[in-house]
Design a protein around this ligand. Structure first.
Ligand SMILES: [Zn+2]
Length: 541
């Protein structure tokens, strides 16, 4: 090469440029360049025994290029040396069953049409960082040791079905169409941090060891059904559409903290063997947050700081290290048949009536909507049981005030369940009294109200049947003299004195008033003691 002609403008290239071009035959970005000349250059590279790696950096492979030109120099498509295709531009590639025994570099390569790496084996360090895959891409059944796909862009559907990875890094990778990783195996550390899935992401039946999806965004449906995880991080992830982890297994600690969930999310039959962290989740209303039959073998920390999702804990298997609390609005939570009595609900927000009670009420009014049917309990007895467990849970963690409220609802539902049975039941009468007298031992105001009522009622009777005041004689209502407020006042005064069994003796009963006074004094003693018991119990909590 003479200095006059100069060299190709591509960095580090010493080839002669083509006439009327700054670039050599290899780097010229033209589809109608001389394919024979191009092939000769490729052959030179393949034949050169002195270099450490096949250097195709920045090459432009035209449409007419046939990969057989390369394979002719390789045994069984096996690259015994490293390959460097950095910034190369391909039309379509066929690396099916190719073996890269040493390092391979496809960083910032552009694949313009379909990409075939089916069953390719990458034994060395592999780089696809910043590569752009513009056609359908197949890594189906490919095997990687240490692979980097950082910031790679997949514009069409990509298949990694059945692929095997040891360490792999998909940080900031951008999947514009479906990404299919079904049955893939990730044997070591895997990074999908800040990756973005614009359409469906399929990780069904995949096996992960340590994996981080931190800050990644799933804008389409995502599927992790039957996947197996060891240590897993989904922190700050956005699940925009429906997401399923059905039957997935998490063997080690799992982090879902700070996730944003705006589609339904399904953990049905999922197993968490170790601690799982769902703190500070953000959701929207009406989505299903489904933990149906989910098994929590260890700790669960769940707080939802935004939204009131339909939290389905039906048949959930809770361990005794569960915390669902801190501002988590449980307006639409379902706790049917789960071991709620073990749960720490510190600072969780419960509605006055739990979702299941509201559903059952709706059912009786014939207003149950179709999608609500599956969550509706069968009977009031069942709702009552849920309340009893919630009561136990709150007692366990020392929130007796809330426990009292749940006891009240438990009794209310029990009362309804007797009514439901339609049979005469002494318990029903007892519960009715129990509620009116003292709100199942929870309502001091009921006792006060009942006492006031009795005092007032008795004073009426005294006024009608007559009492006698020392110095003033008989106090009794008569039509001739009409109603006297002063006299009625004395009746009330006498009633209070009797009710509290004070008995000053300045007024004494006449006729039937003896009977009323006897009854009132007994009731008075009863209500006074009831008041003391309930009041002291409530205060001592
Ligand atoms: Zn060149």
């Amino acid at each position: 090469m003479s200095e006059k002609v100069g060299t190709c403008q591509y960095e580090g290239c010493k080839r002669e440029p083509l006439p009327d071009s700054k670039y050599c035959i290899c780097h010229e970005k033209s589809d109608d360049k001389d394919i024979e000349a191009f092939n000769r250059e490729i052959e030179k590279i393949m034949q050169n025994k002195d270099v450490e790696f096949y250097d195709f950096r920045g090459f432009y492979f035209p449409e007419s290029f046939d990969f057989e030109v390369i394979y002719r120099y390789l045994e069984d498509r096996t690259f015994d040396k490293g390959v460097n295709f950095e910034k190369a531009i391909f039309y379509s590639v066929d690396f099916e069953r190719a073996k890269f025994l040493k390092n391979s570099n496809f960083s910032f390569a552009i694949f313009q049409r379909s990409v075939n790496f089916k069953k390719a084996i990458f034994d060395g360090e592999t780089h696809f960082d910043g590569a752009t895959f513009q056609g359908m891409t197949y890594f189906t059944g490919a095997e990687f040791q240490l692979a980097y796909f950082k910031g790679a862009i997949f514009s069409k559907k990509v298949e990694f079905i059945n692929a095997k990875f040891k360490r792999v890094n998909f940080e900031n990778a951008f999947f514009q169409k479906e990404a299919d990783f079904e049955v893939a195996i990730f044997k070591d550390v895997t990074f999908f941090e800040r990756a973005e899935f614009q359409e469906k992401a399929n990780f069904r039946h995949t096996k992960f060891w340590v994996v981080s999806f931190g800050e990644s965004k799933f804008w389409g449906e995502s599927h992790f059904e039957d996947a197996e995880f060891q240590e897993t991080i989904f922190e700050f992830v956005i699940f925009d559409q429906d997401t399923s982890f059905r039957r997935a297994e998490f063997q080690e600690e799992t982090y879902f903290s700070n996730v944003t969930i705006t589609g339904n999310i399904n953990f049905m039959d999922t197993i968490f063997k170790k601690r799982v962290d769902f703190r500070d989740c953000r959701t929207v209303e009406k989505i299903n947050f489904n933990f149906y039959r989910t098994e929590f073998h260890d700790e669960l920390l769940l707080t939802i700081i935004e939204g009131q999702p339909l939290l389905n804990f039906r048949n959930t298997r809770f361990s005794d290290k569960i915390w669902i609390g801190a501002k988590t609005d449980l307006k639409n939570a379902i706790f049917h048949f789960s071991r709620t009595e073990l749960v720490d609900f510190t600072d969780a927000i419960f509605p006055e009536k739990i979702y299941e009670e509201r559903l059952l009420e709706k059912k009786f009014h014939g207003q149950l909507e179709k999608d609500e049917k599956e969550y509706c309990p069968e009977s009031w007895q069942e709702v009552s049981t849920i309340y009893r467990k919630l009561k136990q849970a709150h007692q366990k963690y020392g929130d007796y005030a809330k426990a009292g409220e749940f006891f009240y609802r438990e009794m209310e539902c029990k009362k309804k369940s007797y009514r439901e049975e339609q049979e005469w039941h002494w318990n029903r009468v007892w519960l009715w009294f129990y509620k009116i007298l003292c709100g199942y031992g929870e309502r001091v105001k009921n006792i006060v109200g009942c006492s006031a009522f009795i005092v007032f009622l008795c004073s009426f009777f005294y006024y009608l049947s007559g009492i006698s005041r020392i110095g003033e004689g008989v106090i009794k209502f008569s039509f001739e003299s009409g109603f006297s407020l002063k006299e009625f006042g004395y009746s009330i005064y006498y009633s209070i004195v009797t009710f509290t069994s004070l008995g000053y003796g300045d007024i004494h009963p006449l006729g039937w008033s003896h009977v009323i006074a006897s009854i009132e004094v007994i009731l008075g003693v009863f209500f006074m003691s009831l008041f003391v018991v309930v009041f002291v119990r409530k205060m001592s909590r």
